[in-house]
Write a protein that binds this ligand. Structure first.
Ligand code: ZN
Length: 268
C-alpha cells in the first residue's frame, strides 16, 4: 500500500488498516529474539550485546551476524564458508581466540578502550620488531616509546606527538602482542599446504656450492607430475637446462622415488 492510495480508502477501511498495522508492529516487537548458547563457541562465535539484542560475533574475523543468525545452521555456514581450514578445530581453539578478542576490546581495568585501528596496528608492528631483535619486552616502554614521542614532538609538533602517545607499548602489552603473533604464525603454518623445497649443488669458480633454489607451495596435489611441472616451470623461467643436470637426490616420499612414475624417473 502506498501513501497515494491510502488517501482514497473509505473511513471504515482506513481504521481497519491502522489496526492491522498496529497488530503487525506488536507482532514484530514480540517476535522471539534468539539467545546465545554456550555451545556456539564450537562454531567460533561469541555473543555481542547490540542495544537490547544479542548478536553472534565470529572470534576469527570479528564479523557480526544479525540476531536471526544466532542458530547452529547459520553459524556453521559462516565457519565452513569463511574459515574452511578451521572446521575441525576443537572448542578449546575458539576459546583461546575468544580470550584474544576480549583482550582486544578491554584494557587492563576492564573498561572499553577508544583506540583507532592504526594505533593498535603500530603497537603490533613494534612488538614484532622487538621480538625479532630479541630484546627484552620492556624496551618498548623504557626506550622506544619515549624516543618516538621525543622525535615526534620536535619534528611534527605536540598534537601529533599526543596521537602517538596512544600507541600502547607497556611491558605487558608487548608480551601479549608477541604471544598473539607467535600463536597466529603457528596457526598459519599449520594451515598451510605442502611446500616443495629444492636445493641445488653447483660449481661456482673453483668451489662447489649448495644453495636453496626455491620453496614453492603445492596448491593442488603432491604427485610426481605436479612436482615435475613446478620444477620444469622454474627451469624455464630461469633459463636453466635439464641437460646440465648431473644428478638428482630426493627425500623418501613415494611421489619422488616411485620406479615407474616417480619424479626421478620423469627427470631421467
Ligand atoms: Zn569469521
Amino acid at each position: 500500500m502506498t501513501s497515494s492510495t491510502s488517501c482514497s480508502i473509505p473511513r471504515g477501511s482506513y481504521q481497519k488498516v491502522v489496526k492491522r498495522i498496529q497488530n503487525i508492529k506488536y507482532f514484530a516487537m514480540s517476535a522471539k529474539k534468539r539467545k546465545y548458547i554456550e555451545d556456539y563457541i564450537g562454531f567460533g562465535f561469541v555473543s555481542l550485546q547490540r542495544g537490547d539484542t544479542e548478536v553472534p560475533q565470529c572470534v576469527i574475523c570479528y564479523k557480526t551476524l544479525s540476531n536471526d543468525g544466532m542458530r547452529p545452521s547459520r553459524l556453521e555456514r559462516h565457519l565452513r564458508t569463511s574459515h574452511p581450514a578451521l572446521v575441525d578445530k576443537p572448542k578449546a581453539f575458539f576459546e583461546t581466540k575468544k580470550d584474544t578478542l576480549k583482550r582486544a576490546k578491554l584494557d587492563d581495568s576492564g573498561s572499553f578502550r577508544q583506540q583507532s585501528s592504526k594505533v593498535v596496528e603500530a603497537s603490533y608492528e613494534i612488538a614484532m620488531l622487538i621480538a625479532k631483535s630479541k630484546k627484552s619486552h620492556n624496551i618498548g616502554e623504557s626506550l622506544i616509546k619515549p624516543s618516538i614521542l621525543c622525535a615526534a614532538e620536535l619534528v611534527l609538533g605536540k598534537d601529533n606527538a599526543n596521537k602517538l602517545s596512544q600507541i600502547s607499548l607497556s611491558n605487558d602489552t608487548v608480551k601479549k602482542r608477541i604471544d598473539e603473533l607467535s600463536q597466529d604464525i603457528k596457526v598459519q603454518t599449520l594451515d598451510q599446504c605442502s611446500q616443495l623445497l629444492m636445493y641445488a649443488r653447483f660449481v661456482s669458480g673453483n668451489n662447489i656450492k649448495e644453495e636453496i633454489m626455491f620453496c614453492h607451495p603445492m596448491e593442488s596435489f603432491t604427485t610426481a607430475e605436479a612436482i615435475f611441472d613446478v620444477i620444469s616451470d622454474f627451469f624455464q623461467e630461469n633459463q636453466l637446462s635439464w641437460e646440465s643436470l648431473v644428478g638428482v637426490c630426493t627425500d623418501g616420499a613415494p611421489a619422488m622415488r616411485g620406479l615407474r612414475s616417480g619424479f626421478v624417473t620423469k627427470v631421467k
